[in-house]
Every structure is written in structure tokens, then in C-alpha cells.
Design a protein around this ligand. Structure first.
Ligand code: AMP
Ligand code: GLY
Length: 423
């Protein structure tokens, strides 16, 4: 039997998921809401407001859609899974209550403390004066975070007291992230190497992905402001099985069990961001979805039919399927608009997309069709992905493909994977 799938979102992650689902013999039609120029070439983009759950339910029923897959974090925090499930729809992703582990850093930190899950030492504040008193007694740098969702920008690493006081004022008084900064977390600065872990979850059973690593800062050598992610590799060459087993035992399983115990069964992808410190792996943050660009690398090395996996998660039978990965390395290098993560222009035409090469696959993120041409439409524009027998061969193919692509203001990092391939 063939099925129809609706993917929520419009970034590189969603294009990668759509491409993978297109390969499935189980999938006949793919809809993407809102999608981008890339998803429009392999499926049907849907123009319904992402917050209009009633309209989405109607669309799903009218088009006999068998499975909905949620990409981004906002719809999870906005009860999309709860609302569609209540209407009898099969949907891959956690409920609002289970996703609180991502949309409230205060919830996540208190949860980790209660479950003994390793994370940075912290305190929660809803009073500016108390926060100011507390930072005076801290060692620097100190990390100050808005509790709510802030598009990856609600984290400030303060190098001294002045910067810390300014961060507290920006979040709590000037409300630069609105209500997200009503409560803040002040925590210890962790030193080490950062990695991304992803886990398929069906509420009870789990299946870990290989390790991955993102590159959050805009410039080479991890300089400049944080972005949504400028490039990823998988697997991370220095992350061995012993470390993955430790992560599973001390972080992943206690998280899934702790959520279940609280009546917040987690179905979807759990994505803890970790710091590998001298004292072992510690959680920096939890995400309740596929990472982007991590998903773009992962979809290149996933062997098993993605539709089978997502359905098994929704139907709580993940223990009955075997998930296989190729034993290759994969990478994704993001091509971004000039000015990103600050202000940038849109509508710039992109050259060099037509060349096809089996070595590199380009996923679209911020693109759209305009008068028959593909133009930029976001900060992160394209994800150039490649696979290889090892990391340097994958990187070589991705960077070779990038040389053929051009748009005004295009910027990208030249050092994706460099730190980890040399370790
Ligand atoms: P988050 O949104 O919590 O993932 O934070 C964004 C980025 O800030 C992370 O990817 C880390 O690079 C950095 N970061 C957050 N918390 C800490 C911490 N406690 N120690 C060191 N770096 C951190
Ligand atoms: N890779 C960063 C994120 O998806 O949050």
C-alpha cells in the first residue's frame, strides 16, 4: 500500500526528509507546508498558515494523508501534535508537554537535576535584582539563557560582570526575546567539545543515530555570532562506542524514562546537544526534533526506509524494526546569505544549481521560485551534502560542488569538520 505524507516546515531539514521519503516504496505523495523551491520540485508545497491547525486538519483529511511529520520546534510548542492527534491523525513528533524539554530551559534544567542527568550547574531567576546579585559571586565566563524559544539566539556567554549585567537587563528588562526571557537560567560555562546526539523514540523504545557535530558560529574557527548551524558531519570520528554507550546510559535512557514517569511520553526525535567535558558528557540543551543541518547529513547515510521508521515510532513498535546506516561519512556545508545571522537581502538569483553530480546533493533551505527562477529567500539558503568512505573524502566532494554555485553575498565556512577530522 502506498501512502501520502505531509511534512511541516520549509528548511533544509524538511527538504532532506522529503527526499528520503521520496525514495520509499511506501510513499506515493509528499506535501510540504510551507516548503521551499527544492521541496516544490519533489512534492507539493502547501500554503496554509502553520498556526492554523483546524485548516491543516481539514487539508490532511481531504487529501487522505496517512502521516504528518513535524520539522521545526515552534509547532511542537504550539500544540500541533496534540491538536492533530485529537482529530485522529497520525503525527510524528512529541506533544506540547513532552516537547517542554526543548521550549522551556527551566523545565529542562529542573528535570535533569531531579533525574540526576549530567548538566552544567545552574540557578533559575524570575527577578532581575536577584539575578544581578547572583552573578556577582560567579566565576567568568558565565552562561545566561532565556528560558523560552529564541531561535537559537537566547544564549549569552558573558565574559565579565559588565557583560552579565547587560545580558540580564536585555533579557529581563528590555525583553529582547519577549516572553522567552521572563525567566532566565544562569549556568556554569562548560569546556570541551560539542556534539549532537539524535534518538528515534516511540514513547518507550529508542534507537540512537550515529553521532554528529554542528558548527554554530558564522565564521571559521568558531568565531562570530551563533547561527542556526553552518554545517555538520556524521559520524564524529573521535566519538567511539564506549562514549555512545555512556551517553545512552547516563543521558538518553534516564530522559526517556523520566518523561514517561511524568506522563509526558516522548514520541519523535530527541536531540540532546552535549558538551564532552573532562568529567564526561553533559547536556547543554535538549531539542525535541531533528537538528538542522544535522538531518541533512543523516538522511545521506540512513539506509532503512524512513517512512517505516516514522510509522513504527508513531505506532509504538520501534523495537520491531531494525534501523541501518551505511558505514560512510557524511557532511553538510551551509551556504548562507550575506549578512546572516543579522539582516540580509532576499530575492537574489542563484547560479550553478543545475549541474548534477552524484557525489553531492544540494538541499534547499531559504529558496523560492520567482518568475521561473530559483532565488534566495532566507538566511540559510542551501545545504551542500556529500558522503564518502571517510570524512575528508566527503568534505572534498561537498567543497568541490560549492565551487560551482554562486549568488550575491554568498558566505560559508571553509572549516566544516576540520577540527574533528584532525583529532
Ligand atoms: P543552546 O541554545 O542552549 O544550545 O546554546 C547555544 C550555544 O551556546 C551552544 O551550542 C553552546 O555552544 C553554547 N553554550 C550553551 N550553554 C553553554 C554552557 N553551559 N557552557 C558552554 N557553552 C554553552
Ligand atoms: N543544529 C542546530 C539545531 O537544529 O538546533
Amino acid at each position: 500500500m502506498t501512502h501520502s505524507v505531509l511534512i511541516i516546515g520549509g528548511g533544509g531539514r524538511e527538504h532532506a526528509l522529503a527526499c528520503k521519503l521520496q525514495q520509499s516504496p511506501n510513499v506515493e505523495r509528499i506535501f510540504i507546508l510551507p516548503g521551499n523551491a527544492g521541496t516544490g520540485m519533489i512534492g507539493e508545497n502547501v500554503e496554509i498558515g502553520i498556526k492554523n491547525h483546524a485548516k491543516i486538519v481539514e487539508f490532511v483529511k481531504e487529501n487522505n494523508i496517512d502521516l504528518v511529520v513535524v520539522g521545526p520546534d515552534d509547532p511542537l510548542a504550539d500544540s500541533m501534535v496534540d491538536d492533530l492527534e485529537a482529530a485522529g491523525i497520525s503525527i510524528f513528533g512529541p506533544t506540547k508537554a513532552a516537547a517542554e524539554i526543548e521550549w522551556s530551559k527551566v523545565f529542562a534544567k529542573e528535570f535533569m537535576q531531579a533525574e540526576g542527568i549530567p548538566t552544567a550547574e545552574f540557578q533559575v531567576f524570575s527577578d532581575q535584582k536577584e539575578a544581578n546579585e547572583y552573578v556577582k559571586r560567579q566565576n567568568f565566563p558565565v552562561v545566561i539563557k532565556a528560558s523560552g524559544l529564541a531561535r537559537g539566539k537566547g544564549v549569552i556567554i558573558a565574559k565579565n560582570l559588565l557583560e552579565a549585567e547587560k545580558a540580564i537587563q536585555d533579557l529581563m528588562e528590555h525583553k529582547i526575546f519577549g516572553e522567552a526571557g521572563k525567566e532566565i537560567v544562569i549556568e556554569e560555562f562548560l569546556r570541551g567539545d560539542e556534539i549532537s546526539i539524535h534518538v528515534f523514540c516511540d514513547g518507550k523504545n529508542i534507537a540512537m543515530f550515529p553521532s554528529a557535530q554542528d558548527h554554530k558560529q558564522i565564521f571559521d574557527n568558531d568565531e562570530g555570532p551563533n547561527t542556526g548551524g553552518m554545517g555538520t558531519i556524521t559520524p564524529v570520528p573521535w566519538v567511539n562506542k564506549t562514549l555512545m554507550d555512556q551517553i545512552k546510559r547516563t543521558i538518553v535512557l534516564p530522559t526517556i524514562r523520566g518523561l514517561e514517569k511524568r506522563g509526558r511520553k516522548f514520541v519523535g526525535v530527541l536531540y540532546p546537544g552535549l558538551m564532552i567535558t573532562n568529567h564526561g558528557p553533559k547536556v547543554i540543551e535538549f531539542n525535541a526534533r531533528f537538528g538542522d543541518p544535522e538531518a541533512q547529513s543523516y538522511m545521506r547515510v540512513l539506509k532503512t526506509d524512513l517512512f517505516e521508521i516514522l510509522s513504527a515510532c508513531v505506532e509504538a513498535r520501534l523495537d520491531q524494526i531494525k534501523i541501518e546506516w551505511t558505514y560512510e561519512s557524511a557532511c553538510c556545508v551551509v551556504l548562507a546569505s550575506g549578512g546572516y545571522p543579522g539582516e540580509y537581502k532576499k530575492g537574489i538569483s542563484i547560479d550553478g544549481l543545475e549541474t548534477t553530480s552524484s557525489d553531492a546533493i544540494i538541499f534547499h533551505a531559504g529558496t523560492k521560485m520567482q518568475d521561473g527562477a530559483i532565488v534566495t529567500n532566507g538566511g540559510r539558503v542551501l545545504g551542500v551534502t556529500a558522503t564518502g568512505k571517510d570524512l575528508s573524502s566527503a568534505l572534498g566532494k561537498a567543497y568541490a560542488r560549492i565551487k560551482m554555485i554562486r549568488f550575491g553575498g554568498m558566505q560559508y565556512r571553509r572549516d566544516i569538520g576540520a577540527k574533528s577530522s584532525g583529532k
